[in-house]
Write a protein that binds this ligand. Structure first.
Ligand code: SAH
Ligand code: SF4
Length: 416
C-alpha cells in the first residue's frame, strides 16, 4: 500500500471508531408514555416503513411530510387532506412531538434562550440570536447533552457527556422555536423569517454525534418541508478531522472550526482534542472541505483570552496558518461563567488582533456578546443534567479536568 492509501484507510478506521462510540450514547427511541411513536425526526424511508406497518401506502409520506414540516401542525385532526378515519388511526399510533420548554428567558437585547426537556427528563439549551441589522436571526442548536471534550474555557465542557440527542430532538429544537415565533408554514424561497439560519454551536460536539445530526439536517434541508438551504446552516466543530470530510461530502453545510490557538502546545491545553488532531491536520481538512470558496468561506472561531492567545504575534501566525483557505475569522470575546479562570481580552487587544487579520484580507468581525444577562451566548451552555448511572458504569466524574486522556476526551469515558 502506498502512503496515501494508508492514510485513507486509517481515516476510515478512525471514522468507524468514532461512529461506534457515538452509538454507545444513543438517545432513547422517541416514544410517549402510552407507547406512541414520534414521527418527527424520521427520514422519509423510516416514515414509509412505519406507515407500511399499519397498512398505509407510500404516497402518504409526502402528505405527512407536508403537514409536519411545511405546515408545522402537531395535531392529526388539522391534516385536512387526510380523511378522518386515517387521522384517527394515525393519532392512535403516533404523535408529532415537540420538546417541552422547561424555561424560556429573553434577554434585554432580545436574545432568547430555551431550556428544552426531552422525554427522558434530560435537558439541553437552544438560543435565538437576532441580527440587530436585519429582521432575522440565527438559532443556535445543541447536538449533545454535555460534551466529551473539555475545552478549558467552555462551560459545556465542565459537564460530562450524558447522551447524544436524536434527530427528533435536534429538529425539535428548531420546530419548537418556530412555534414560539408563529413562523409556520415554512416559507418558500427567501421570504424573511426570524428563524432563517441554524448554527450547530450549542451544547456538544456535532461531529461526535454525526449520524443523528446528519439525519436532522437532511430533514431541515428537505425542499418539501422546512427547506432551509445548506448555505443557511453552519456546523461548528472543535476539530474532529476524520468526520469533517464526511460532513462536507454528505451535507455540504457551512463549516466553522473552533481554532482558538495557533500553536499546538497552547491548543493542546485549550482544546484538548488537539492532542489527537493537531493544527496541521485540522487545517489540511479545512483545505479539503468541499465547496469552500470565497462565496462560502470557512469560519475560524477564535475566543479571545486575555494574555493567553491574544498577542499581535498570535494574529500574524493565524494569518500565516490560514493562508490560501477561503476564510473569515470570528473573534469571540471570552464570555466568563461562574468558576471560569480566564479573562476577556481588552478592547485594545481585540482591535489590534482584528486589524492584523483584516489587513491580511480576511473578514475578522468581533462578535458582540449577546444575551449576556441570561448567560446565553453559544458555547456558554450548561444544564444541570446528570449522567445516567448504569449498573457497572464507570464512576460519575463531572469535571475531571485533571484526568484528560490523550485525545482530550474526559476520562473515564467510553468515548476515549
Ligand atoms: N463543540 C463545538 C460547537 C459548540 S461550541 C465546537 O467546539 O466548535 C460553539 C463555540 O462557542 C465554539 O467556538 C466554542 O469554542 C465557543 N465558546 C465556548 N465557550 C465559550 C466562552 N466561554 N466564551 C466564548 N466562546 C465560547
Ligand atoms: Fe465541547 Fe465545543 Fe465546549 Fe469544546 S467548546 S467542550 S467541543 S462544546
Amino acid at each position: 500500500m502506498n502512503a496515501t492509501l494508508t492514510a485513507a484507510a486509517l481515516t476510515e478506521t478512525e471514522r468507524a471508531r468514532i461512529l461506534a462510540k457515538a452509538a454507545l450514547f444513543s438517545p432513547p427511541t422517541p416514544l410517549t408514555a402510552d407507547g406512541r411513536r414520534d414521527l418527527v425526526g424520521m427520514s422519509r424511508d423510516e416514515l414509509a416503513a412505519e406507515l407500511a406497518a399499519i397498512g398505509e401506502q407510500p404516497f402518504r409520506v409526502k402528505q405527512l411530510w407536508h403537514w409536519i414540516y411545511h405546515q408545522g401542525v402537531t395535531d392529526f385532526a388539522r391534516m385536512s387532506s387526510i380523511a378522518r378515519p386515517l387521522q384517527q388511526k394515525l393519532a392512535d399510533k403516533f404523535v408529532i412531538g415537540r420538546p417541552e420548554a422547561a424555561t424560556v428567558q429573553t434577554s434585554s437585547d432580545q436574545t432568547r434562550k430555551w431550556l428544552f426537556r426531552f422525554r427522558d427528563g434530560q435537558q439541553a439549551e437552544t438560543v435565538y440570536i437576532p441580527d440587530p441589522e436585519q429582521d432575522r436571526g440565527a438559532l443556535c442548536i445543541s447536538s449533545q447533552i454535555g460534551c466529551t471534550l473539555s475545552c478549558t474555557f467552555c462551560h459545556t465542557g465542565t459537564q460530562t457527556l450524558v447522551r447524544n440527542l436524536g434527530p427528533a430532538e435536534i429538529v425539535g429544537q428548531f420546530m419548537a422555536a418556530r412555534d414560539t415565533y408563529g413562523e409556520w408554514p415554512s416559507p418558500k424561497g427567501e421570504t424573511p423569517r426570524l428563524l432563517s439560519t441554524i448554527v450547530l454551536m450549542g451544547m456538544g460536539e456535532p461531529l461526535y454525534n454525526y449520524e443523528n445530526v446528519a439525519q436532522a439536517m437532511k430533514i431541515v434541508m428537505d425542499n418539501e418541508g422546512i427547506a432551509l438551504s445548506r448555505r443557511r446552516i453552519t456546523l461548528s466543530t472543535s476539530g474532529v478531522v476524520p468526520m469533517m470530510d464526511r460532513a462536507g461530502a454528505d451535507l455540504g453545510v457551512n463549516l466553522a472550526v473552533s481554532l482558538h490557538a495557533v500553536r499546538d502546545d497552547l491548543r493542546d491545553e485549550l482544546v484538548p482534542l488537539n492532542r489527537k488532531y493537531p493544527i496541521a491536520d485540522l487545517l489540511a481538512a479545512c483545505r479539503r472541505y468541499p465547496g469552500a470558496s470565497n462565496a462560502r468561506r470557512i469560519t475560524f472561531e477564535y475566543v479571545m483570552l486575555k494574555n493567553i492567545n491574544d498577542t499581535e504575534a498570535d494574529a500574524r501566525e493565524l494569518v500565516r496558518l490560514i493562508t490560501g483557505i477561503p476564510a473569515k475569522v470570528n473573534l469571540i470575546p471570552f464570555n466568563p461563567w461562574p468558576g471560569s479562570t480566564y479573562e476577556t481580552s481588552s478592547g485594545n487587544a481585540l482591535h489590534r488582533f482584528a486589524k492584523i487579520v483584516m489587513d491580511a484580507g480576511y473578514a475578522s468581525p468581533i462578535r458582540t456578546p449577546r444575551g449576556r444577562d441570561i448567560l446565553a451566548a453559544c458555547g456558554q451552555l450548561k444544564t444541570d443534567s446528570e449522567r445516567r448511572k448504569k449498573a457497572g458504569a464507570l464512576p460519575l466524574d463531572p469535571v475531571a479536568r485533571s484526568t484528560h486522556s490523550r485525545d482530550g476526551d474526559k476520562s473515564p469515558n467510553p468515548m476515549t
